[in-house]
Design a protein around this ligand. Structure first.
Ligand code: SF4
Ligand code: SF4
Length: 377
């Protein structure tokens, strides 16, 4: 059954001039990268590992970096990491896990700490908790927060960007994609409506994104519809083939990833839509290059960021659980950063996606999409 959230269009026709193709705090423009060469502008960090869902493609379950974990990041460790990172230029933090970040009694406290440090939090969430008042009361009543609407009001105060999991409008398909949790999709939709009511999609750039990943054989037919629907509502849409870490390592990614021809067709349609809507011109796309996240801001995470996992290991990025730069238990964040491969890429605007390239992203994808745009755009 399709259940489409009740959200009005933000743009009639083209997006306004000066539209920023990003979500607040996610990536950095070429100018920002040039002005901040050598700085650690962003961090991904694991904050707890509780999660009541069971997504079959979860990149945090069975991950190789944390295998045999002996010591786990605690609240004070996370505060210390941010304090060190701030001295290295930190502007934003992404929460990817290791579970559902909202299922953590100290999460709001940490978000308030980040606000004091003038750091933008970007929160990956499946949204089920925000859309379920009984879950909000369970995890947030000690802050005097009892409903999804009250929780969203707190997220406004800490200047958060919300990256909401969104793989399908179809409740059966979507419930299955989080591990067969009946009723999940309707809660996710309510979360989206609450966030829009609170103005998360009003800014330029927007502070609200739909995370439509991974692109699989099961959902490739629906991704373009979600992309258009989201973009027309000023929701940044992030879509890409699967990570090759966690449950999708060891070639498991190959069985769910669509063929190259299917991916080329999807990426081409998305970029043509961007041109038609004024989100990007053909000239901008040629200049920036095709992004690993189709139609979205190119990833420069591995030129100005790192990923600190639950076990204190520091990795290249969340899509790579084998390239380890160090451990926060043995070294300062500054030393790890200055000796990392990411530091050597400083200033690079479009890093592509080395972990997925030649695996879930076919080697010829970006070139074939660009050739199509030059012919059709
Ligand atoms: S992908 Fe996220 S929401 Fe899904 S099981 Fe993993 S941690 Fe939980
Ligand atoms: S390099 Fe690829 S996997 Fe890593 S953060 Fe960027 S898009 Fe994600």
């Amino acid at each position: 059954m399709n259940a489409i959230p009740d959200i009005p269009n933000s743009f009639e026709g083209k997006v306004p001039q000066g539209f920023v193709n990003d979500v607040n705090g996610w990536a950095f423009s070429q100018g920002e990268l040039d002005r901040n060469k050598g700085k650690l502008l962003t961090l991904d960090i694991d904050f707890g590992n509780h999660c009541s869902l069971n997504c079959p493609h979860c990149f945090r379950r069975n991950n190789r970096a944390d295998f045999g974990i002996s010591r786990v990041l605690q609240y004070d460790d996370a505060v210390e990491i941010i304090t060190q990172a701030k001295k290295l230029g930190l502007r934003s933090v992404k929460f990817l896990g290791a579970g559902e970040p909202f299922e953590n009694l100290r999460f709001l406290e940490f978000l308030r700490f980040l606000k004091k440090m003038d750091v933008i939090p970007l929160i990956f969430t499946k949204g089920g908790l925000i859309g379920d008042d009984s879950q909000v009361a369970k995890w947030y009543s000690h802050y005097g927060v009892f409903t999804g609407r009250e929780l969203v009001a707190e997220l406004v105060k800490v200047n958060a960007s919300i990256l909401l999991g969104f793989n399908s409008f179809d409740t059966d398909v979507q419930d299955k994609m989080v591990g067969g949790v009946s009723g999940y999709t309707l809660k996710r939709n309510r979360a989206l409506e609450l966030l829009v009511d609170a103005g998360f999609n009003k800014g330029n750039p927007t502070s609200l994104a739909l995370i439509c990943t991974p692109i699989t054989n099961a959902n490739i037919g629906e991704v373009f519809e979600i992309y258009k629907w989201g973009r027309e509502r000023n929701l940044h849409v992030v879509t890409c083939p699967t990570m090759v870490s966690g449950r999708c390592s060891n070639e498991a990614w190959a069985s769910i990833t669509p063929c190259e021809e299917g991916l080329v067709g999807l990426y081409t349609k998305i970029y043509l839509f961007n041109i038609e809507k004024g989100i990007q011109t053909l000239g901008q796309i040629k200049n920036e290059g095709i992004a690993s996240y189709a139609g979205a801001h190119p990833c420069n995470q591995i030129a100005c960021g790192m990923y600190v996992t639950l076990s204190g290991k520091v990795l290249r990025c969340p899509g790579d659980d084998v390239t380890v730069f160090g451990s926060i238990w043995n070294d300062s964040l500054e030393n790890i950063w200055l000796n990392s491969g990411n530091f050597t890429r400083q200033g690079t605007f479009n890093c592509g996606c080395p972990p997925k390239m030649g695996k879930s992203i076919p080697l010829g994808l970006f070139g074939k999409v660009m050739a199509n745009l030059e012919r059709l755009g």
